[in-house]
Write a protein that binds this ligand. Structure first.
Ligand code: ZN
Length: 222
């Protein structure tokens, strides 16, 4: 799976289990297609990181970047951490949370990723600056009202569910809330996408406001 020419996806999440709940089927599907998938997680502890390693093993993740941070707030250090992950992974696209999720850490993560994508593209800051093409915002707790794209995960769903179940400390919470949500949501998204199961995303185009790239200079608009 590694060293392919199929590009790289970097998944940036707030907590261990978000990768499985939000994009488990999509991660596994792309790994099966030969795409490199790396995962960067902003918080964690010993127990949850072990669960995360087991889950990401099932999902076929190439590199897993873990943290022992308990909780977090929006801050430059976290933006820098994500910039570091971007410069290391050099992804074509990033999958992360959406900023309307009801979980505060998920909101923060979405904002941090947007900032990090901008910073990472500045050649005035980094000799090895990297430009991410698109950000895909996934659903974890709050559904996206108008998703831009659905990924058919019919084939990868069993592996994604097995990965989710590796998060043993979370999976039993609130009468198996996350497992029920994942089951019901992927079926609903499947109905909308005319397949058995799907994961939905909204797309954010990075601002790329820095005038550092030839692509940003044109001699006409149409
Ligand atoms: Zn979370």
């Amino acid at each position: 799976m590694s060293g392919s020419n199929e590009g790289t996806i970097l998944v940036v999440v707030a907590h261990p289990d978000d990768e499985s709940v939000g994009a488990g089927g999509t991660i596994r599907r792309h790994g099966d297609l030969g795409v490199n998938v790396d995962v960067h997680c902003m918080t964690g502890n010993e127990e949850r990181n072990e669960e995360m390693k087991a889950a990401c093993g099932i999902l076929g993740v190439r590199n897993l970047y873990l943290s022992e941070r308990d909780d977090f707030t929006v801050g430059e250090d976290l933006t820098n951490e994500v910039v570091g992950a971007i410069l290391k992974s050099r992804p074509t696209i990033i999958i992360t949370h959406h900023s309307s999720d009801y979980n505060r850490n998920h909101q923060q993560c979405a904002i941090i990723v947007s900032q990090a994508v901008e910073w990472a593209s500045h050649i005035t800051l980094f000799d090895d600056a990297h430009r991410v093409e698109r950000i895909y915002n996934m659903e974890v707790n709050t559904m996206i009202s108008r998703p831009n794209v659905h990924v058919d995960i019919t084939e990868s769903y069993p592996a994604a569910l097995a990965a989710l179940k590796k998060h043993k400390s979370q999976i039993k919470k609130a009468d198996s809330f996350y497992e029920k949500m994942y089951d019901a949501r992927t079926r609903l998204r499947g109905v909308q996408a005319k397949c058995k199961r799907a994961e939905a995303f909204s797309i954010t185009l990075p601002e790329h406001a820095g005038p550092f790239y030839e692509k940003n200079s044109v001699d006409r608009l149409i």
